[in-house]
Ligand binder design. Structure first.
Ligand code: F6R
Length: 241
């Protein structure tokens, strides 16, 4: 696992956005795994600007998002689908037919998980997986647990996640459940880029880099990935030895 420390969230956005654009320019049919949350937004802004300047096209790219809330209509303003449309998809030339999300309203979650796994496989697997990290070390919505889960599953969100994300819900209570790609699905991506900024992520980053590999800190598994890089700012790095 490589660790790169930057002066600002904006610099991380430029670096990660540039890596993704370079990859798409040499592989126009790339398959990208995408994350929501505030941390990847500078990278999405960089990508949108590169597109606006005519320097990259996503017309043939396929994407798979990591997770989605349960019991929220797909088009609700707080769904992760809406987040991606607002922050990236509406600003680039991606074909919305090529963007994939887990269905947070699926009645049969096992069948939905199988569908997603098969679709990722049919797309040739994920080339680059972008990740954020929760204050509790979650990746996707793989919350601290006693085991790593392989494929997508339905998860009860922890108090820490609800506290962090409920600020975005002003009209309805934040959903307590979500569906997320499993650790196995994340680890099968060929390349992983994790972004973390701010002091609130410092403990999770310390545990990830200096702690043991344990499902109690889901991000720690990234140490076992052959091509994972952490892009962190000085505040997120502040507890490292
Ligand atoms: C979102 C996701 C989460 C976030 C994490 C950090 O798709 O999978 O793991 O990456 O909760 O969120 P922010 O970036 O808002 O701190």
């Amino acid at each position: 696992m490589d660790v790169r420390i930057f002066d600002s969230a904006e610099r991380i956005g430029q670096e990660v956005g540039r890596l993704i654009c370079d990859y798409v320019n040499s592989n126009p049919e790339a398959c990208l795994g995408l994350a929501t949350g505030m941390t990847p937004v500078p990278a999405y802004n960089y990508i949108a600007n590169e597109y606006a300047c005519g320097r990259v096209s996503f017309a043939k790219v396929t994407t798979f998002n990591l997770d989605e809330y349960c019991d929220l209509p797909k088009e609700h303003k707080n769904s992760f689908y809406s987040f991606m449309v607002d922050n990236l998809f509406s600003k680039i030339d991606i074909d919305l037919g090529n963007v994939n999300f887990l269905d947070g309203n699926a009645q049969d979650v096992e069948a939905e998980s199988k569908r997603y796994a098969e679709k990722i496989k049919a797309a040739g697997g994920i080339d680059i997986q972008l990740l954020g990290i929760g204050r509790n070390g979650h990746i996707g919505f793989n919350e601290p647990s006693d085991k790593f889960t392989d494929e997508a599953f339905k998860v009860k969100l922890t108090d820490s996640t609800i506290e962090a994300n409920s600020v975005f819900f002003d009209d309805i209570p934040m959903p307590r459940w979500a569906v997320t790609m499993g650790i196995g699905s994340i680890m099968r991506a060929k390349k992983i880029l994790l972004v973390a900024t701010g002091e609130s992520k410092a403990q999770a980053i310390k545990n990830t880099i200096e702690g043991e590999v344990t499902p109690e800190n889901p991000a720690s598994i990234l140490k076992q990935h052959p091509d994972a890089t952490l892009f962190i700012d000085k505040a997120a790095a502040s507890l490292l030895k």
